[in-house]
Every structure is written in structure tokens, then in C-alpha cells.
Write a protein that binds this ligand. Structure first.
Ligand code: ADP
Ligand code: MG
Length: 292
């Protein structure tokens, strides 16, 4: 493309709330045939709220919540913030935690008032040899409704399942339909569990889901799609997404996301709406049409 057409395209983008970092990004976006969307904070608002408390052992709901909130108080994960806020809203004060340990993509471990508390995915509990047969049906039911189940073990025994819900951004479904009309395949990529991801994907019309992908493997999934001969755009908001954004042919960061994601991306969508992805592709197509 000529420098002038790039300048015009970049200027139009800026006025539409789309910051394009390089001429190359504007030139490449028109060739994308696949767009990969992170779930939390990208398709959804990324402000999860605590909605369910199920106890399966001898603890009361308040006791369970106090232990979990204490373990989560040290975590920077959005799910942890939802649990801590949910406990506070219910008047439950978290106890003091020691030996806090975060397990990336899986959850947290801590000692709370002398008890070993394990909070996170079914994988986290299974790897610690906690039997989860009693928790799994509760978790599956939550996940089928699009909520993220948080499994809890206390002193090596199953103790309960919390549910956290995130709302879908109101324009996500329309943007995904518009991408399909542009001939682009849409894929969801998330660390969240497969059932939750599938429920959310169904609600917004995404036909293909890659779930339970650990943070360090997100970029591998992008490279695998590229290995199928695809030109891949990746849209994400989190620290977890940065390597995948960098690996994609075009990385698009949600402007309300973390700085690390924005730095790794080629394009920033200021408003955070997925409509910006559609606008970016259209802008690139128009720019490349004008100059060839
Ligand atoms: P995402 O791709 O949705 O941002 P992550 O890779 O950060 O997900 O985490 C994957 C999954 O691990 C979460 O959906 C959740 O089930 C579990 N998890 C991670 N951190 C925590 C935590 N602090 N508390 C509870 N669960 C967690
Ligand atoms: Mg995210």
C-alpha cells in the first residue's frame, strides 16, 4: 500500500476507536480467514460475580466462603476478585491465609486457620488426589448454564463448589455474525472449562471452541491453526493472551484489558467492543482495494 493510503486508513481507524500500530497490520488484516477470540474479558465483560455456593461436606455456606475468600484474597485472577467481593457482600469476613500459592490456569492453594484449602478447576483437585465424584455433577450443572465452577477441597476432602457468572458483552453476537458474513471463521480460545465455554459459545454463535487451554499453550494453538494454512487474527485482553497475540498474523487487544496484552498486539480496540474487529477488517479491505 502507498504511504498515503496507509495514513488515510490509519486515520479512519483512529476516528473509529481502532489504533493501528503498523502499516503491516493494516495490510495483513484484509487477508484474515480465521479470528480467534479469548472468552473472559473479550467475548464477555470480564467482570465475573459470585452467584452460587454449594457445600457438600460438613461446612456451612459461610464457613466455606470464609475459607475460599481467604485463599483467593492473594490472587490477582478476576475469578478470585469475584469470590472476595461476593464474600464481602454477604457479610463474610475472610480469615487470614498463609502459604499462598497460585497455580497458573488452575487455581490457588493456601493454609487458612490451619486447614489446607484448594480452590480451582477439577484438574487442580484431581492432581492433588482429591476425589471429586460428588462435586462433578454440581460443577457440570453450573457450567452447562455458562457459569464457571470453582471446586473447593479442605484438608484433602471435597468441600463444595462455587459458581461465578460473567455477562456477555451486548454487541458480541452481532460482531461474530458480521465476521461470519465477511467469510471469516470464528474460534473461541479459553482456559475455562469446556462446558462453560461451549455454553457461552452457543449463546454468541461461535461454532468452534478450544477450551481448558493452559496460558502457556494459547500461542501454540494459534501456530497450529496457522499450520493448517490459515491467516489468523487473535483478540484478547489478558496477560495470558499476550504470547498468542504476538504469534497471530494480526493481534488485536481489547483496550480495556491489561497493558501487557496491548503492548503485544498490532491493533488496539479502544472501546473493547468486538465490533472493532469487523471495522478493522473492513478498513483493511477498503485500503487494499484502493491501492491495487
Ligand atoms: P481464561 O483463559 O478464561 O482467562 P485462565 O487461564 O486464567 O482462564 O484460568 C483457567 C481456569 O483456571 C479458570 O477458568 C478457573 O476455572 C481456574 N482458575 C484460575 N485461577 C483461579 C483462581 N484464582 N480461583 C479459582 N479458579 C481459578
Ligand atoms: Mg481474557
Amino acid at each position: 500500500a502507498t504511504p498515503l493510503s496507509i495514513m488515510v486508513g490509519t486515520g479512519k481507524g483512529a476516528r473509529a476507536g481502532i489504533l493501528i500500530r503498523s502499516a503491516q497490520a493494516l495490510e495483513t488484516a484484509h487477508r484474515l480467514d480465521t479470528v480467534v477470540l479469548d472468552k473472559t474479558g473479550t467475548v464477555t465483560a470480564g467482570r465475573p460475580a459470585l452467584t452460587d455456593i454449594n457445600t457438600t461436606g460438613s461446612l456451612s455456606e459461610e464457613e466455606l466462603l470464609a475459607l475460599v475468600a481467604a485463599a483467593e484474597a492473594n490472587s490477582e485472577h478476576p475469578l478470585a476478585a469475584a469470590v472476595v467481593a461476593g464474600a464481602r457482600a454477604r457479610g463474610v469476613a475472610p480469615a487470614a491465609a498463609a502459604d499462598f500459592e497460585s497455580v497458573t490456569g488452575k487455581g490457588v492453594r493456601a493454609t487458612v486457620t490451619g486447614r489446607r484449602v484448594l480452590v480451582g478447576t477439577s484438574r487442580l483437585l484431581t492432581e492433588a488426589a482429591v476425589p471429586i465424584d460428588g462435586l462433578s455433577p454440581i460443577a457440570a450443572d453450573l457450567a452447562n448454564r455458562g457459569r464457571t465452577p470453582i471446586l473447593v477441597a479442605v484438608d484433602g476432602r471435597p468441600a463444595g463448589v462455587l459458581g461465578v457468572a460473567d455477562t456477555i458483552k451486548e454487541d458480541s453476537a452481532a460482531a461474530i455474525a458480521a465476521l461470519h458474513r465477511l467469510g471469516i471463521q470464528v474460534v473461541m480460545l479459553t482456559g475455562d472449562n469446556a462446558r462453560t465455554a461451549a455454553a457461552v459459545a452457543t449463546q454468541v454463535g461461535i461454532p468452534r471452541v478450544l477450551a481448558e487451554v493452559l496460558p502457556e499453550h494459547k500461542a501454540d494453538e494459534i501456530r497450529r491453526l496457522q499450520g493448517e494454512g490459515r491467516r489468523v487474527g487473535m483478540v484478547g485482553d489478558g496477560i495470558n493472551d499476550a504470547p498468542a497475540l504476538a504469534a497471530a498474523d494480526v493481534g488485536l487487544a481489547i483496550g480495556t484489558g491489561t497493558d501487557i496484552a496491548i503492548e503485544a498486539a498490532d491493533i488496539t480496540l479502544i472501546s473493547g467492543s468486538l465490533a472493532g474487529v469487523v471495522t478493522a477488517v473492513r478498513l483493511s479491505r477498503a485500503t487494499m482495494r484502493n491501492i491495487r
